[in-house]
Design a protein around this ligand. Sequence first.
Ligand SMILES: [Zn+2]
Ligand SMILES: [Zn+2]
Length: 573
Amino acid sequence: MQKHEALIILDLLKTDDSLQESELVPNVEGNTIAISGKVSIEGHKIKILLVLDPDFPRSLPYIFLQNGSEYEDLPHVLKENMVCYQTTEGIILDEKQPAEIIRWAIQKAVIVLADGKKGANWGDYADEFEVYWGYVSSSSIINLVNTTAKSHEVKLFKNGQKSYLAQSVGDVARYLHLDIDKVRQKFPIEERSAIFVLPVGTVIRPPRFDQPFWLVDELKRVIQPALDTLSVKQYKQYIKLNNSMSGTMVFALPRPSGGFSLFGVSYVSPEGNHPFSERGNSAKIQPIKVLREEASYILPRGGSKTAHSSKRVLLVGSGAVGGYVAHELVRAGVMNLTVVDSDKMSLENTFRHVLGNAYQGRPKASSMRDELNRKFPYADIVAIDTSIEQAVNDGLVRFSTFDLVISALGKPTTEIWLNEQAVKYAKVPILFGWVEPLGIGGHALLAQPGIKGCFKCLYSSIDPEDAMANRAAFAGKNQWFGKSLSGCGQLHTPYGSLDASRTANLMTQLALDSLTGKETKGMLLSWKGDSAEFLKQKYVLSERFKTSEEQLYHTRYLFASSACPICGRLPNI
Ligand SMILES: [Zn+2]
Ligand SMILES: [Zn+2]
């Protein structure tokens, strides 16, 4: 914004008294504009500073209080006395009316400050506590402990640079995808620590960044409600076990909006007395920022009561489709995944495989494991670099130990066998996904044990002539699409990455619906693409392709065949 534009805004602001005695602040660097003035808060006039970024009026103005203002020690007054009154996210600003934007911002800020003065929004301190704590902390620890409603002891594993707060060394190992021995090597120091949980509704005024940090007495007074929840015996026991020259404590402050804010305190006590013990008052305490990496905080819960993270999924095939499915499952919070594939990453895969060129020549399954481990903490991926038949023969895979089996093999013969193993013998749901050639579509089929409708149904026509054709197919019968890229043998159905990812999206949604119990029946979902290229190459579409997408969706439960040898004799539900 130019200075002359700012002067126009200033004139507009003078037409009412939302910003009194307003004037441009001279000599502000860059293209930033600063305007000072006074606002009325419940009869008091207080001085504020408005700062307009170069992209104003497409951004909101920053509002600052003067240093030493009687309003500075209130909720939503952040570092440098900036008033946090609204986030830009999701609001649309009318850039034709810059003065109106400023008036609106001032109005919001005045409400925040007035509420603060009355104590009406002090509960908000708990929501923003970690922000304030970050201002005063010069060091941090990484928390891996899921906060519960009760105070409990935990451990700190650390070296000179990093500290992990965890229930056990195994938790650190899982988080870092390392062996326990390796964790012990890298983080040789193990200390006792504890998380003290404050009662719901506790209000704590955070320490100010421009003042010396709390003394032991102040800390104790502030977190006393947490200590009060311990029995005398528990408290004495804790002090006795934790009398040492130094240590760390973490406090959990329940937030009005749900969950907790966490803040840490480290102490040094030359005589070895815990700061909360009778002679611990001389201990020196320091604030520590708690970095939230615990599973309950960072893992998506997918809107379900039972977290996906405890469910076990077997993924057979980690090619183009399987690669996307694996990624989306983990992103959705499915943490226990076994990937089986006997293939290696080859050049032909480069542009349609989620791993691209990075794992050339390496087995697909273990490449997928390494990639998922690299990207996602807590992911517990088992890779088996053999065929599924081999893995079963070797005793590495038992279908009944999984909550869901997923096949992205694209090999119907093997998949018919998998279907029988899962729904008939192991009694476990199984999900299939496959892609049609040349972008005409893709499918996801979920089969549930004991319920009519399975993968074999698609190959169970009453007419023996059709027995080998997939009844869900969009391509007409008896056509071959295998495209040879390397002479003999290596055949690839011609489809692109987008087709694979669309199919994988359908599959992942069905997988999650099955894991959460939202979907208890079998289902066939299909997406339809553009058939222009397919027809141009003189291929023939199936009758099913001519069905509208609405109709396909409408009939998603109706794919069972009474001629199916696997599920045909099951009763209709
Ligand atoms: Zn705020
Ligand atoms: Zn069937």
